[in-house]
Design a protein around this ligand. Structure first.
Ligand code: MN
Length: 244
């Protein structure tokens, strides 16, 4: 039996649907494709108002993947919205915070991508730059080129999960984020940085649970970039080894 990786989807108003503005559950196909290519069984789980389903959902999956999407509501980390902060999704924030409650209680491995890493950092008490203009960088982290192409360089700690998964201390990664980690949550360390010091990957250093995140989108590169696919292979393999 393949390890089941729950991919927690987005939910958003779709202006182009048959009924414009209808609330739709969405996920880019590259998330399940990357998990399946790594030997996992992807299972999509949509946000909803009934948080009581979450512990059972977590019980039925072996690993958690928190996907990209909206900005985390700054009220979650004790700030009012910056004028450049995007519209949050309180429903999705509520749902994914409860997912982390259950994943922590069950000790299930968690991999966060982009927003997923930011949700993780905020959940554990960290904060975000609400817009990268706040972070004082001149590197473009919001690329306008093909998402499968790398946009900026990266340095990874050799003993961090990115370095261990890929066997590389440097990489070129894509970049589609206008926010970044400001205060790193207690119990975490940054394991990859952009040349401007922006945190591009984190991992929890306390306890036995695997709790990791990346700021870039390896799923958008994984079909042609072994470095990107290696992160999914590492995660699925680890989930396979740790599941009960
Ligand atoms: Mn970046």
């Amino acid at each position: 039996m393949k390890p089941v990786i729950g991919i927690f989807t987005n939910i958003e108003n779709d202006p182009n649907y048959l009924f414009p503005g209808y609330l739709r559950v969405t996920i880019n196909e590259d998330y399940p494709r990357s998990i399946a290519a790594a030997g996992g069984l992807p299972l999509l789980i949509a946000p909803c108002d009934d948080l009581s389903i979450i512990p059972e959902a977590i019980d039925r999956i072996d690993g958690v993947l928190l996907a990209g999407g909206q900005d985390v509501d700054p009220l979650r980390y004790g700030e009012d919205p910056h004028r450049l902060c995007g519209a949050p999704s309180p429903l999705r924030d509520r749902f994914e915070f409860a997912v982390l409650d259950a994943a922590v209680a069950a000790g299930k491995p968690v991999f966060g991508i982009c927003r997923g890493m930011q949700v993780m950092n905020v959940y554990f008490g960290g904060t975000l730059h609400q817009d990268l203009t706040e972070a004082g960088t001149s590197i473009g982290h919001l690329q306008a080129t093909n998402p499968a192409w790398g946009a900026h360089r990266l340095t990874a700690a050799p003993d961090g999960f990115v370095g261990l998964a890929t066997g590389e201390a440097t990489a070129t990664v894509n970049s589609f984020h206008h926010q970044s980690i400001k205060a790193l949550a207690a119990g975490f360390r940054a394991v990859a940085h952009a040349p401007d010091g922006i945190i591009e990957a984190i991992e929890q250093t306390t306890g036995d649970q695997v709790m990791v995140g990346v700021q870039w989108h390896p799923e958008m590169m994984s079909h042609q970039d072994p470095h990107a696919q290696a992160l999914f292979a590492w995660f699925v393999n680890l989930v396979n080894q740790t599941r009960s």
